[in-house]
Ligand binder design. Structure first.
Ligand SMILES: Cc1cc2nc3c(=O)[nH]c(=O)nc-3n(C[C@H](O)[C@H](O)[C@H](O)COP(=O)(O)OP(=O)(O)OC[C@H]3O[C@@H](n4cnc5c(N)ncnc54)[C@H](O)[C@@H]3O)c2cc1C
Length: 386
């Protein structure tokens, strides 16, 4: 494994960094406090124009075909400025990945270019339900074939981008008698489909600019050909695709952690107490050394996972390790950054409290870190007797 990015990856990183600094950073605090959907969606469109909505998607479907490593570094750069934008971009890429992985040629040509180009503001990934979070196979949303249509009924919870998504990838039970997880299928539902209702918005601790809503499916009819992938194979698809998604969430956390430490370190190097810069104090130096070392370790774990994913190798364990470690390192970094800035770190005058709120959810969504640990242990134990 070569630890340097190639020229294309460097360009994607640089472009994302410059865009994030010029367009996202100046508005991130305002979007967090006041919300401004127009500006938020406008930025998504610009990112689509730059190719960031389908980074790992084939060019023939409108993607950048730049691979998972490029996806990882792009999400990190976007998250350095705005975690809400980064999660939306990450989920969009995930939705495109699902359609590309198991969709028919018609589905791929119909939906992926619209997500990549920004014609659809975003794509939504609708798996979680009120009673099925860490255990999505316990879902109760049902899909029943009625003539030439599937009839969907159920409630999804915590769905990113739901109010403005152009298309939803929705999971539902198609065979109630099958063993757990074996009777679930995946569907495409366009926004505006009768019976697809975007419900209440979550009042969240952070990532305020990204929308997270309930999605209610009430006698929602989609065409027979809206089945995505094979019948009753949907759970395997969700689990498989979430592996790549975890590289996105780990990369996002890394971006927020770096933003926090960069800000706090620059501040500490100017802050005078006891007639000297506080970076002269070993207590502050230790925080800098620990946080940057952990973030660098996170970056290397993410690179390893992305590298293996890109090679088509099994990267289940590596993605879980990277997601778990990066999100926890970034949470620690954000708290250390606040500590380094003292009372100013706790004040809204600085962006540090926003970073700490934004980073918190990264150890929860796309599989909690307890679930990541069960995946890592399972993968290790699988090989112990070999
Ligand atoms: C802001 C936000 C955006 C989201 N976006 C999406 C989205 O776009 N699409 C989507 O489908 N979902 C989305 N989610 C849902 C998210 O993936 C779930 O919240 C997450 O998987 C956890 O499920 P839960 O909230 O039901 O918690 P629970 O599963 O109820 O977990 C509660 C606690 O129990 C622990 N626990 C549960 N089972 C085990 C176990 N077997 N071993 C050890 N510990 C366990 C968990 O780790 C956790 O600490 C989003 C959530 C949030 C907060």
């Amino acid at each position: 494994m070569y630890l340097e990015l190639n020229e294309e990856q460097k360009l994607i990183q640089k472009t994302a960094r410059e865009f994030a600094r010029a367009e996202l950073d100046p508005v991130a605090a305002r979007l967090d406090q006041e919300g401004d959907q127009e500006t938020f969606l406008g930025n998504l469109k610009k990112l689509a124009g730059l190719g960031y909505m389908g980074i790992n998607i084939k060019e023939e479907y409108g993607g950048a075909q730049a691979g998972m490593m490029a996806f990882s570094v792009a999400i990190t750069e976007i998250a350095r400025a705005c975690a809400s934008t980064a999660v939306t971009v990450s989920v969009n890429n995930l939705v495109c990945d699902v359609i590309q992985a198991v969709g028919s040629e018609t589905q791929k040509k119909t939906y992926i270019p619209k997500i990549c180009s920004g014609e659809y503001n975003a794509g939504s990934f609708a798996l979680t339900e009120p009673g099925a979070g860490s255990d999505p196979a316990a879902m109760t949303t049902s899909a029943v074939l009625d003539g030439n249509e599937w009839l969907l009924n159920g409630t999804k919870r915590f769905i990113t981008s739901a109010p403005y998504a152009g298309v939803f990838v929705v999971w539902a039970v198609t065979d109630k008698s099958a063993p757990k997880g074996k009777g679930i299928s995946c569907f495409l539902a366009e926004a505006g489909t009768k019976g697809l209702i975007v419900g209440r918005a979550e009042q969240k601790m952070g990532q305020h600019a990204s929308a997270t809503n309930e999605v209610i499916l009430e006698e929602c009819r989609v065409p027979r050909e809206a089945l995505l992938g094979r019948l009753n194979d949907g759970f395997r698809v969700a689990v498989g695709e979430l592996t790549g998604g975890r590289v996105g969430i780990g990369s996002l956390a890394l971006g927020v952690g770096l933003a926090a430490m960069d800000y706090a370190t620059r501040y500490a190097h100017e802050r005078i107490q006891f007639d000297q810069k506080i970076t002269n104090f070993q207590a502050i130096q230790l925080m800098i050394a620990d946080a940057y070392t952990e973030l660098e370790a996170a970056r290397l774990l993410l690179m390893q996972a992305a590298f293996k994913g890109e090679q088509g190798l099994n990267f289940t364990k590596e993605a879980a390790m990277a997601k778990m470690y990066a999100t926890e390192a970034a949470n620690r970094a954000c708290y250390a950054a606040i500590q380094m800035a003292g009372g100013y770190g706790y004040s809204r005058e600085f962006p540090l409290e926003r970073y700490a709120r934004d980073v918190r959810v990264t150890s929860i969504y796309e599989g909690t870190n307890e679930i990541q640990r069960t995946i890592i242990a399972r993968e290790i134990l699988k090989n112990i007797d070999r």
